[in-house]
Ligand binder design. Structure first.
Ligand SMILES: Cc1ncc(COP(=O)(O)O)c(C=O)c1O
Length: 416
């Protein structure tokens, strides 16, 4: 490429003007009006922590209370609610996970589901091979995942094999190959890393773990609703994820779990509750699990906190995850250009290669903590991650290019 062909360095005025052009050309632009406006909101850059409420949620909640809860009372369980965790799971599976029906369920929190699946993996693997006594995880994995693995290893006399990946990346097939082997029970990895946004080569890592005879559990909290997933095609064993991030289920919304159909017969729920039993109302002695993914249900499902999730899924089903991903890439490329231009002292600690990146960015700067606190008071909301990271979450359906420009310009001021 000659110098004349090289891309011209961006300048702040051109970058600012470009936001309007990008918004005008954005096929998903109209979706930004489908969210409840915040009172003091100037720019929301934290959709990867807590997604905004869909505009139809207040009506849907009101309708749920009046028509379903008050209207049907206890009859609601038989008529509507007992099947809802699996119905919503199927919708997440079809819209976001590449999962055929009957393999995904909405339940519990992500932490509790990670515990249940890891415990189930230990039980399944040790039934066939008692020499398997290791659990694999990244040293910089999200705290809940590490805590649960350490507790389970402690309780069951197992060893944790820690994987060290660069902080601005995540798990790779090569790193996985170095630690999995004949002693591995299971490996727990993030599909998209919570800090760096590294989108793992999930099919290749899955194949590497499985080639060692181990099971893979993917934490897809930051991947679901932001990148297209193909669990069935990739041969994933187990996966879990939050629904309050890019699925906008609201604070404390229940999580989801995927268990491939081939594992259903051996799936051993460590909390065998009555509503995951084959005949919940027969009140018989002894536990016979419900068939399929339903056996992962423990106690009464939190139906009320599934309402907002259903509203967001309706938007994703129409927008499609492919179009969401395309906008996510465009938003992130624009955001990186803004950071490079306006905050040259910051380090982009997220892969610059779009194919390896989810939908958030982390930039490191020594003044991050103070800057984020100041921005929150101004209605500009990224988040801070210890020790020096500002995370910028780009939720494609609710975020405009102008919002990204406003937010990063304010961040540049606050950091300086
Ligand atoms: C990657 C990851 N895993 C697990 C969790 C924990 O989810 P929960 O609070 O639903 O247990 C989070 C929460 O943000 C997360 O980001």
């Amino acid at each position: 490429m000659s110098d004349a062909d090289a891309p011209k360095p961006a300048n702040p005025a051109e970058l600012r003007a470009r936001a309007a052009v990008l918004d005008a050309a954005d096929p998903l632009a109209a979706y930004t009006a489908h969210f409840v406006p915040g009172d003091d909101l100037v720019a929301y850059l934290d959709g990867n922590s807590l997604g905004r409420p869909v505009a139809s949620v207040p009506t849907a909640l009101d309708d749920f209370v009046r028509t379903q809860w008050a209207g049907r009372l206890i009859r609601g369980w038989d008529e509507l609610w007992l099947t809802r965790p699996a119905e919503l799971g199927d919708r997440i599976g079809a819209a976001c996970l590449g999962a055929a029906s009957g393999q995904t369920i909405v339940a519990d929190s992500t932490s509790v589901l990670i515990f249940k699946l890891l415990r189930a993996a230990i039980a399944t693997q040790q039934t066939v091979d008692l020499d398997r006594d290791e659990l694999v995880i990244l040293r910089d994995e999200f705290p809940t995942d590490r805590f649960i693995i350490e507790r389970l290893a402690d309780d069951h006399g197992l060893t944790v094999r820690w994987v060290d990946a660069p902080l601005d990346a995540g798990i790779t097939p090569e790193l996985a190959a170095q630690v999995v082997g004949p002693r591995t029970i299971a490996a727990l990895f993030s599909g998209v890393a919570y800090r760096s946004a590294w989108w793992a080569d999930m099919p290749a890592v899955t194949a590497t773990v499985q080639a060692a005879g181990a099971l893979v559990i993917w934490d897809c909290s930051h991947a679901v609703g932001s990148v297209p997933l193909e669990f069935d095609a990739w041969g994933v064993d187990y996966a879990v994820g939050c629904s309050y991030k890019y699925l906008n289920g609201g604070p404390g919304a229940p999580a989801w779990a995927y268990v491939a159909a081939r594992h259903h017969d051996t799936l051993r729920n460590p909390i065998p509750g009555w509503l995951g039993a084959a005949a919940p109302f027969s009140m018989t002695e002894g536990y016979t699990p419900a068939p399929g993914i339903g056996s992962l249900v423990s106690g009464t499902p939190p139906i009320l906190t599934m309402v907002a999730l259903g509203e967001m899924l309706s938007l994703i089903e129409v927008a499609t995850i492919a179009a969401i991903r395309e906008k996510s890439i465009a938003l992130a490329c624009y955001a990186i250009e803004l950071v490079d231009t306006l905050i040259p002292a910051a380090t982009v600690s997220t892969p610059r290669e779009a194919a390896r990146r989810g939908s958030h960015l982390t930039i490191d700067h020594p003044n991050s903590a103070v800057a984020v606190e100041r921005l929150w008071a101004q209605g500009i909301i990224p988040d801070f991650r210890h020790p020096s990271g500002v995370r910028i979450g780009l939720s494609p359906l609710s975020t405009s290019f102008a919002e990204v420009e406003r937010g990063i310009r304010a961040l540049a001021d606050a950091l300086s």
